[in-house]
Design a protein around this ligand. Structure first.
Ligand code: URP
Ligand code: ZN
Ligand code: ZN
Length: 480
């Protein structure tokens, strides 16, 4: 019997801290050996390529259940295809709660869908929209026991948002149960107030989406989300930071020792608010929340990445098309910005965009790229076998051509979503093969995995999100 099931031969291995020429030997789905020269098993040639951990996309909306039935147009099958095409091997997606309902029944249905379709490994965030006593005291302990340890909270959007008191209840439950809380930080009332005035003034086009939620709206909610988390001593991650103001709030809290992490996404590094002002209805393709900002905002984000204020780059892949009955355009080309679904797709584009803008663009090193897109998200969300190249870790790898130039098209994204906001953009750097638990699941753009071959990653208690043990006056209100 050969010693290895697969040898990745002669590539430049990149980890979050190092870069070296080596072979990687894989046995039973795990990395078994890393050495100058390995023999004994079938090989895949990585000469001239970088060998990096498969991407871990810790924020993507895939087949998310919708109130009243149905789900996102991006299914686990199509979303997995896009992920593998783009070099991503693990995702953290969203189970939902609908107001008036619990969390366990939707989670069971969501797990059923994932088990049937997923071709990448997956863990879940649980969205909390109704922090009832039954959910907080009875259902969440069961949910955590089943391996879900990230609770997602929206401070805006009807009908998803929580008020501050409800958010405090979720933070308290998370502290008691050992969960991370992830937060969409925008001020609901400020957005509603400005939107009403914009519509009254006839400013309805897509570009006014940005006007409805300027950075101060994000900054205020980020400050509040962190302050309340500090009050309870619950670690949080601020999702999709769009510019300098929210990043500064995070940096200030980090300097105080608060356990708060920041995430940003390629759309905030590549797009600007001006994209929402494209002719016709095209601007809707660039609408997401928070809104993309400007060149100065993008520069500030690169600086925040360099300073490690922002430590995770996810796609926030949105599961909605442009055309079709549920797409951005469903309300017609005259639909006001308030009626256009938010979010942009980016599962397959995440790594190429970040390599091209970040590494080829001189903002980050290859090791930073690995840390931001794989190692840090795996660590933060407790995916202990993922995001690393080390003996014993899952053999999830991407073989990367750092010099390959590709013009992005939606066909290359291999997603169900019918557009990409990056259509026509040339990138430098592209995945040529993706390996999941030792299986070559994408080669030269051809995805070859079986529906349902992805595995659920139950998350056990883990150290990264242990509370600090620092409470105002020492009084633990969350204990009651
Ligand atoms: O606009 C966005 N970001 N849509 C996806 C949902 C969310 O807020 O994360
Ligand atoms: Zn969000
Ligand atoms: Zn999202």
């Amino acid at each position: 019997m050969p010693e290895f099931d697969l040898i990745v031969r002669g590539g430049t291995v990149v980890t979050a801290s190092d870069q070296f020429l080596a072979d990687i030997g894989i046995r039973a789905g795990r990395i078994a050996a890393i050495a100058d020269r390995l023999e004994g098993g079938p090989e895949i040639d990585a000469t001239g390529l970088f060998v990096m951990p498969g991407g871990v996309d810790s924020h993507c909306h895939i087949e998310q259940l919708q109130d009243g039935g149905g789900a996102d147009e991006e299914t686990f099958l199509t979303g997995s295809t896009a992920a593998l095409a783009g070099g991503t091997t693990s995702v953290v997606t969203f189970s939902t709660q609908f107001k008036g309902g619990g969390v366990l029944a939707p989670l069971a249905e969501y797990r059923r869908r994932a088990a049937a379709g997923a071709m990448v490994d997956y863990a879940f965030h649980q969205i909390i929209t109704d922090a009832t006593e039954a959910v907080i005291r009875t259902e969440l302990p069961e949910l955590v026991a089943s391996g879900v340890r990230s609770l997602k909270v929206f401070l805006t959007y009807d009908p998803l948002r929580l008020d501050d008191r409800e958010y405090l209840e979720v933070l308290s439950a998370a502290r008691r149960l050992g969960c991370l809380v992830t937060v969409h930080c925008e001020n609901y009332d400020a957005i509603a107030w400005r939107s009403k005035a914009l519509l009254a003034d006839g400013r309805t086009a897509a570009k006014y989406h940005a006007w409805s939620r300027p950075e101060v709206v994000e900054r205020e909610a980020t400050h509040r989300a962190i302050a309340l988390a500090e009050l309870v001593d619950t670690p949080i991650e601020v999702f999709h930071v769009s510019g300098s103001q929210a990043a500064e709030e995070i940096a200030r809290a980090q300097r105080r020792g608060v356990k708060v992490w920041g995430e940003t996404c390629p759309q905030y590094l590549v797009l600007t608010a001006e994209d929402m002002d494209r002719p016709g209805f095209e601007g809707a393709k660039f609408m997401c929340s928070p809104a993309p900002r400007d060149a100065a905002g993008t520069a500030a984000l690169w600086e925040a990445i360099r300073l490690r204020t922002l430590e995770v780059i996810s796609s926030d892949h949105s599961g909605w098309c442009y055309d079709g009955a549920r797409g951005k355009r469903a309300g017609g080309d005259d639909a006001p910005f308030t009626k256009i679904p938010n979010g942009v797709p980016g599962l397959a584009a995440r790594l190429p965009l970040l390599w091209s803008e970040g590494v080829a663009g001189g903002h980050i090193t290859p090791s930073d790229f690995v840390r931001l897109t794989a190692t840090q998200p795996a660590w933060l969300f407790g995916l202990q076998a993922k995001g690393r190249i080390a003996p014993g870790a899952d053999a999830d790898l991407v073989l990367w051509d750092p010099a390959k130039k590709v013009t992005i098209t939606n066909a290359l994204m291999q997603q169900a979503i019918d557009y990409t906001p990056y259509e026509g953009k040339e990138v430098t750097g592209w995945p040529v093969a993706t390996i999941l638990r030792g299986q070559v699941v994408m080669k030269d753009g051809v995805v070859q995995a079986k529906p349902g071959s992805g595995r659920y990653i139950p998350v056990p208690a883990y150290d990264a999100i242990r509370p600090r043990g620092v409470l105002p006056d020492g009084f633990d209100a969350a204990a009651f």
